[in-house]
Design a protein around this ligand. Sequence first.
Ligand SMILES: [Fe+2]
Length: 308
Amino acid sequence: MTDSPLATATAQILRAEQQPGQKPVIKTFFDEATFTASHVVHDPQTKTAAIIDSVLDYEASSGRTSHATAEQIVAYVKAEGLSVAWQLETHAHADHLSAAPWLQEQVGGKLGIGAAITHVQKVFGKIFNAGTQFARDGSQFDHLFHDGETFKIGALEAIALHVPGHTPADMAFIIGDAAFIGDTLFMPDYGTARADFPGGDARMLYRSIHRLLKLPCATRLFLCHDYKAPGRDTFAWETTVGAERAHNIHVHEGVTEDSFVQMRTTRDATLSLPTLIMPSVQINIRGGHMPEPEDNGVSYIKIPINTL
Ligand SMILES: [Fe+2]
């Protein structure tokens, strides 16, 4: 069966590799507190930009948020004279809070995420007993992307691919010749993302990864996280399809689906949950907005005891 979204993405990447004007300019901001790479992507011709996977600083001990990390992005956007069309989330992150609503106030842009966020909202809405005022229809976002949906960032061609597994709603956004793949693959020496959060699925992750690995060899891949592999002392967030195919320690060429699922499941069973999973999930499934304030005007994060 032909995968027509993948064929469209491949054709876009090959066109972009031939035409210098179709290559996006990419600036990455790495947050060492959460090991997150946020990317600002722009079209050099029109200066139209997208901000991908931004970070809101959050101090767990006090429950306080701040904007030092996101302010760096605002400063860059202003210095470069960019006009922000999109705030994109590759998925509802479990390890950091999104700064998208705050960034929208500063520099604008429509907030987009994968359409399967409604599934994530249903799963976590139930876990956190979020109540009927929490809509599970994705209405907290400005746009829900479907698999194969094409869009533009200025003159740059872009396409969204649904790559579930880490969560049910993960998307890869391919802009010109660069693919922003969220938490599917990590650097070749570090491997892949966990697949054990509620709604995650290692087999689905393997299939999504293999879909991405069918893109042209030279496709630039931009990751959402890096944790420095053993023996590497600098953070890295850019690689290529060819490097992942040849060297990814979990899914290089020749690793079968069953052996990947076995490895991933065994490894995931040893991992503790991310420190910020409780606030991150409750805020990010609301498009980065805090839960509805209680009658004293304060928003609260819930912690379900003996549940996750
Ligand atoms: Fe993630």
